[in-house]
Design a protein around this ligand. Structure first.
Ligand code: FES
Length: 148
């Protein structure tokens, strides 16, 4: 079993901003076809700032902790600032993830960026953009996942 930092355990056991925003301005839904985990992030935008953000994650502990952390990192941020948050920054804010779990952090910032894209697409009358699947992992990574 991978060893998690205290912050990961804290966000996994007490996730922040769990739930759904009714009438969200943007929704980002991302699925990982290898492990089947799904992350959904809802944002409410006002004056180009993320006024509120919530998430629902059907996934492993690392996926839940990274979703929780990304919501904390972006609340109150401008869309431009939020777009710059990387998957690595989310993992760093959690004091790192075990190498075998790093791929789980790929969902969090990407789902947030999708929610922002969705918001922009809706604003231009082109959205919503719907769920996106992350690319398949290669077999080696899949084997690692099975052992995790
Ligand atoms: Fe699927 Fe972590 S996101 S195992």
């Amino acid at each position: 079993m991978p060893v998690y930092s205290e912050k990961v355990m804290d966000h996994f056991q007490n996730p922040r901003n769990v739930g759904e925003i009714e009438n969200a301005d943007g929704v980002g839904e991302l699925g990982n076809p290898t492990c089947g985990d799904i992350m959904k992030i809802y944002i409410k935008v006002k004056d180009d700032k993320i006024e509120d953000v919530k998430f629902k994650t059907f996934g492993c502990g690392a996926a839940i902790a990274t979703s929780s952390m990304v919501t904390e990192l972006v609340k109150g941020k401008t869309l431009e600032e939020a777009e710059k948050i990387s998957n690595e920054a989310v993992a760093e804010a959690l004091d790192g993830l075990p190498p075998v779990k790093m791929h789980c952090s790929n969902l969090a910032a990407d789902a947030l960026h999708l929610a922002i894209e969705d918001y922009k697409a809706r604003k231009e009358g082109k959205g919503p953009i719907g769920r996106v699947e992350t690319p398949e992992h290669d077999e080696d990574e899949h084997d690692l996942l099975e052992q995790a």
